[in-house]
Design a protein around this ligand. Structure first.
Ligand code: NAD
Ligand code: UDP
Length: 342
């Protein structure tokens, strides 16, 4: 953990020094997974909107570098804490965004039990906190609840095709349980809940080595290495730029709709074509190496975003060409030996 940030890390049991801060008019929002890729962008957005932001993270896959620029800001606090254990924050709380969870297949395959715990126990803790604080809670679900779908594009009414005992089961089933317990808290305890089903999202602050396809391909292209295509590359995904997703989250949180909403960019592409686009962007020849398709890897994925359009007035604004350019800049500054060769 970088020492610069440690000075600002507050133990979860700490009492706020300035009690009067608790009665400020600013809305207070807790963002779990706040040091991760999406969580850190959410911290930025809610601070920019004038909220007091409490970020919480155990740093299992996140990085304090993502939020280092926020340390020292009066309206930002960071709690180093595992949300699968009892969660408490001092003072009033208006909103909770529960984004803590490993999200990349190589991460959750390494720590399947922690992944199941943060989706189940972690979500239970945060729903309990929301109930006590009378806060509205939005939970980060995923297109993975649809598994390897046999309805295409995926509509929210589709119940999915998930293998609970396959390697991805720890993530997919944790998220399905997360949705179920969230609905139960809504129905039984009248907690104000929101459920977002996020489709593959990319952008700056993804971990260079998190194993997801975009960091893998961009890092490989920048190093002049062959791109590792799993299967024959004909499986599809639909990639959403992070700023668009954050706008969707913001709108859903402030909406009055409690059933799941897909947020993603419906522009669908095969993984092989995606590799070709990234190689072109990096100015290198597309040289794929083919590897076995991981077990239960969904063959196709594209969101139906009719609900997001109708209920939130949301649709993506950043096309893949522009989103990839912005992400490429981030990676180019960070990938070691950035000397692409043909
Ligand atoms: P990420 O790995 O960058 O961020 C997750 C963060 O959660 C990390 O900072 C990690 O340290 C933290 N965390 C994990 N377990 C924790 C625990 N027990 N206690 C406290 N902190 C914990 O991943 P991301 O892409 O930013 O994903 C964030 C959320 O969005 C996840 O819930 C994920 O399932 C969901 N999601 C993301 C995508 C996507 O395309 N990025 C798609 C669907 C769903
Ligand atoms: N993928 C790939 N090469 C890689 C990493 C991933 O071909 O180096 C494929 C993977 O098999 C999947 C797609 O890219 O079909 C998206 O994978 P990612 O891990 O990014 O997300 P998810 O499978 O969770 O949608």
């Amino acid at each position: 953990m970088p020492t610069i940030a440690l000075a600002y890390v507050r133990p979860i049991t700490s009492t706020p020094i300035k009690q009067f801060n608790l009665r400020m008019e600013k809305k207070r929002i807790l963002i779990t997974g706040g040091a991760g890729f999406l969580g850190s962008h959410l911290c930025d957005r809610f601070l920019a909107e004038g909220y007091h932001v409490l970020a919480m993270d155990n740093l299992v896959t996140g990085n304090l570098a993502n939020i280092e620029h926020l340390f020292g800001k009066q309206d930002f606090e960071f709690y180093h804490h595992d949300v699968s254990k009892y969660v408490h924050v001092p003072g009033q709380l208006d909103y909770i965004l529960h984004f803590a969870s490993p999200a990349s297949p190589i991460d959750y395959l390494k720590i399947p039990i922690q992944t199941l715990k943060v989706g189940s126990l972690g979500t239970h803790n945060l729903l309990g906190l929301a109930r006590v604080k009378k806060a509205r809670v939005l939970i980060a679900s995923t297109s993975e609840v649809y598994g390897d779908p046999d309805v295409h594009p995926q509509v929210e009414e589709y119940h999915g095709n998930v293998n609970p005992v396959g390697p991805r089961g720890c993530y997919d089933e944790a998220k399905r349980f997360q949705e179920a317990i969230t609905m139960a808290y809504h129905n039984v305890h009248n907690v104000e809940t929101r459920i977002i089903r996020i489709f593959n999202t990319y952008g700056p602050r993804m971990r260079l080595d998190d194993g997801r396809v975009l960091p893998a391909f961009l890092s490989q292209a920048l190093k002049g290495e062959p791109l590792t295509v799993f299967g024959d590359g004909s499986q599809t995904r639909s990639f959403c730029y992070v700023d668009d997703l954050v706008e969707g989250i913001y709108r859903l949180l402030l909406s009055d709709y409690h059933l799941p909403v897909n947020i993603g960019n419906p522009s669908e592409i095969t993984i092989k074509e995606f590799g070709e686009e990234i190689a072109r962007l990096a100015g290198v020849e597309f040289r794929p190496t083919f590897h076995p398709l991981p077990e239960n890897d969904p063959l196709k994925r594209r969101p139906d975003i009719t609900k997001a359009r109708d209920i939130l007035g949301w649709e993506p604004n950043v096309d893949r060409a522009e989103g990839l350019r912005r992400t490429f800049e981030y990676f180019r500054e960070r990938v070691p030996s950035s000397t692409p060769s043909n």
